[in-house]
Design a protein around this ligand. Structure first.
Ligand SMILES: O=C(O)CCC(=O)C(=O)O
Ligand SMILES: [Fe+2]
Length: 212
């Protein structure tokens, strides 16, 4: 059983939209109390010093440059997951199965991190697939912000025509909004915000073709 009644419809809609246009934005994907429980976990981890500056690129060539990427992250640990994280995993597992069934993506796991962007922090225009590594197939970003308004900034800018500067769609990171897109196709960037900007970001991965 999935924790919320309307999740199955959302999953159908996400699957259909990814097949049709490669991306989808779902306002109110999850209820406020669930979002607020996740937000509290992110803030508690931050207060405990368990968020670290995010790096860019593959593990062996990591670089740290706040002009490119200014967020702090904490990778979720599936073994030690809280109750609310387990509910979230069940929802995302149902989405993974639907995407595999209808889009034949061969997704086998989800990697997730909390992210907090301090005021003014950005993530420059990028693709989520690293060069030479196609494991990341589908990017999912769930916003955890409380009472966010458009004037607070922090939009996700999703470019719709490859690397071309237009057209694009801006998404305001309202708590509960989920954005899903094909990691290989959509360049995107995070605009600066006037408040700390909190999210739970994940990637469905397929197995690396270099593995035996
Ligand atoms: O938080 C967002 O809106 C996007 C984050 C992102 O692009 C990433 O972590 O790769
Ligand atoms: Fe990204």
């Amino acid at each position: 059983m999935l924790p919320f009644a309307n999740i199955s419809q959302h999953i159908e809609h996400i699957t259909h939209s990814l097949a049709e246009q490669g991306y989808v934005i779902i306002p109110d994907f999850l209820p406020d109390d669930f979002i607020s429980a996740l937000r509290k976990e992110a803030l508690t981890l931050q207060a405990a010093g368990k968020l670290a500056r995010a790096t860019i690129g593959k593990a062996e060539h990591n670089t740290l440059d706040h002009r490119i990427r200014g967020d702090l992250i904490h990778w979720l640990d599936h073994v030690d997951a809280s109750a609310v994280q387990q509910d979230f995993s069940r929802i995302m597992e149902a989405l993974r199965e639907s995407l595999n069934e209808h889009l034949f993506l061969g997704l086998f796991e989800l990697e997730n991190h909390f992210a907090i962007y301090p005021p003014g922090a950005i993530y420059n225009k990028h693709l989520d697939q690293f060069r030479g590594n196609e494991e990341r197939q589908v990017s999912c970003i769930l916003y955890l912000n409380e009472a966010w308004e458009e004037k607070d900034g922090g939009q996700l800018r999703l470019y719709l025509d490859g690397k071309e500067p237009t057209p694009y769609i801006d998404t305001v990171p309202h708590g509960g909004t989920l954005v899903v897109f094909l990691s290989s196709q959509f360049w995107h960037e995070v605009l600066p915000a006037s408040h700390p900007r909190i999210s739970l970001t994940g990637w469905f991965r397929k197995r690396s073709s270099t593995l035996p």
